[in-house]
Design a protein around this ligand. Structure first.
Ligand SMILES: [Zn+2]
Length: 78
């Protein structure tokens, strides 16, 4: 599992397809469970969109798994 610091370092490589398959998987797994990094990734992409560069998005099924993860996390937390 990547640390938050590694996510910050690897976001560009991830978006440019520079990571290995297992690297991409670890990146996605971290972002799914780490709200601050998810916010960071979204912000990076919004910035790139404003700059007119390609901004790949997560697959739909991953977005759904994030929503589900948050939902169960909230239920557990209260
Ligand atoms: Zn993180």
């Amino acid at each position: 599992m990547f640390s938050c610091r590694q996510i910050y370092d690897l976001i560009t490589e991830y978006d440019e397809g520079g990571l290995t398959e297992s690297g991409r998987r670890q990146f996605e797994q971290h972002v799914v469970i780490c709200p601050p990094c998810r916010g960071f990734v979204s912000q990076m992409r919004a910035t790139r969109e404003r700059l007119g560069q390609d901004a790949p998005t997560f697959p739909v099924e991953l977005e759904e798994s994030i929503v589900n993860a948050f939902r169960s996390w909230k239920e557990k937390g209260s």
